[in-house]
Ligand binder design. Structure first.
Ligand code: ZN
Ligand code: ZN
Length: 383
């Protein structure tokens, strides 16, 4: 969107219309995009073009435009920004406003309404994943299933006929970066790079990992020598450096996506350098193998407990829409292990929620002395 002046008028128009009564969202859309009305308003307001030169201002306007589907709820924030944009038009010193604009841009980008997030989680919940075949010789599924979920989140699943682990891989996108989280279990001849490249286009690809196990780092080689790729190495020291974590595992790190900061929570216990990644846009927490619907293999029990503490504490301070892990190993029947193999026709959903974390937390603490295998609805604790 280049014509910022038009955009600004569009916002002003929206609020002028909106202030005269409550209308349906679709109705508003139609009237807003009517070119005659916008042009008329442009003429009436005799706007100058200075504001076009301010790209931050344009970013704010673009961000708001993207979010207009949820306009009723956003009306308050929008009115603040709209008023600001109109003030800018009369301002002699646009440069002085850069900081305030940056702040507004961040505020706008942080907006993801409850409805949007709920819709996103429902979409993940209802996604039908490839799950292998009884006879893998006749399996016609792709090597990797790619689902563009929305809000900058894509989820990939590797074919269970090619890897019994069938891990889930994640992509988080921003305007200038595409972050791939885990590279899966397939070492040779994988299509993964091409799939990620197709999503990335000319954006930089950053590859990072939830942890160092082979079923999450298998495809690393295909990214290591590519010019547009930055491949993070695994391990505690690398994590500390990459995400600015001073005190491992107590501090929370960050990763700058340009338009938002991912939160990086150290979660050792399954593997010593494990991290969970929280995206403030979609509000999903990517948990790798520390928490997924399945057999939770624990390598260090005290670490596991304190990692659950950190996840719980984080979820009390931040909205987490869903926990998405590296595998699914439970069936639709609560407490039923799907077993090993290349075929899993009745897998349960990938989505875990705060209530599942609570259940795991309580059971893991109760089990801290005896350290037995404990079967819960969505998990089997395997100390
Ligand atoms: Zn693992
Ligand atoms: Zn794994």
């Amino acid at each position: 969107m280049r014509d910022l002046t038009k955009l600004s008028v569009l916002f002003i128009l929206f609020f002028t219309q909106n202030s005269f009564g409550h209308r349906g969202e679709n109705d508003g859309h139609e009237r807003l995009s009517d070119p005659v009305r916008i042009d008329q308003a442009l003429e009436e307001l005799e706007l100058n073009n200075r504001v076009k030169e301010n790209t931050l201002c344009e970013d704010v306007a673009n961000c708001l435009l993207e979010k207009q589907a949820a306009m009723t709820e956003l009306a308050t924030q929008m009115s603040v920004v709209t008023e600001y944009i109109s003030r800018l038009m009369e301002d002699e010193e646009l440069k002085q406003n850069q900081d305030r604009l940056k702040e507004l841009l961040q505020q706008c980008r942080d907006i993801s309404t409850e409805d949007q997030v709920a819709e996103l989680v429902a979409k993940i919940d209802n996604t039908h994943w490839i799950h292998g075949s009884e006879d893998c010789n006749v399996n016609a599924d792709p090597e990797i299933q790619v689902e563009r979920i929305g809000m900058g989140l894509s989820i990939m699943r590797q074919n269970k006929c090619l890897t019994a682990e069938a891990p889930f891989l994640y992509i988080l996108e921003s305007e200038d970066k595409v972050v791939l989280i885990d590279t899966g279990d397939i070492y040779e001849g994988s299509e993964l790079y091409n799939q990620v490249q197709a999503i990335a286009g000319d954006r930089e690809i950053v590859v990072t990992h939830t942890h160092a196990h082979g079923d999450h780092t298998g495809g690393d080689n295909s990214f290591s020598k590519k010019e547009n790729c930055q491949l993070h190495s695994t391990g505690i020291e690398n994590n500390k450096e990459m995400f600015g974590i001073e005190n491992w595992p107590d501090d929370i790190g960050t990763f700058d996506m340009g338009d938002r900061e991912l939160q990086i929570i150290p979660v050792p216990g399954h593997e010593r350098s494990s991290i969970a990644i929280y995206d403030p846009q979609s509000k999903v927490m990517l948990t790798g193998d520390i928490m997924y619907p399945g057999r939770l293999y624990i390598n260090n029990y005290p670490d596991f407990l304190s990692s659950l503490d950190r996840l719980k504490e984080f979820s009390e301070e931040n909205e987490v829409s869903a926990y998405l892990g590296g595998h699914v190993e439970m069936s639709n029947e609560p407490g039923e292990d799907i077993g090993f193999g290349n075929y899993a026709p009745n897998e349960r959903s990938l989505v875990l929620r705060n209530s599942d974390l609570d259940q795991l937390y309580d059971a893991a603490y109760k089990n801290s002395d005896s350290r037995d295998n404990v079967t819960l609805d969505q998990f089997i604790i395997y100390p």
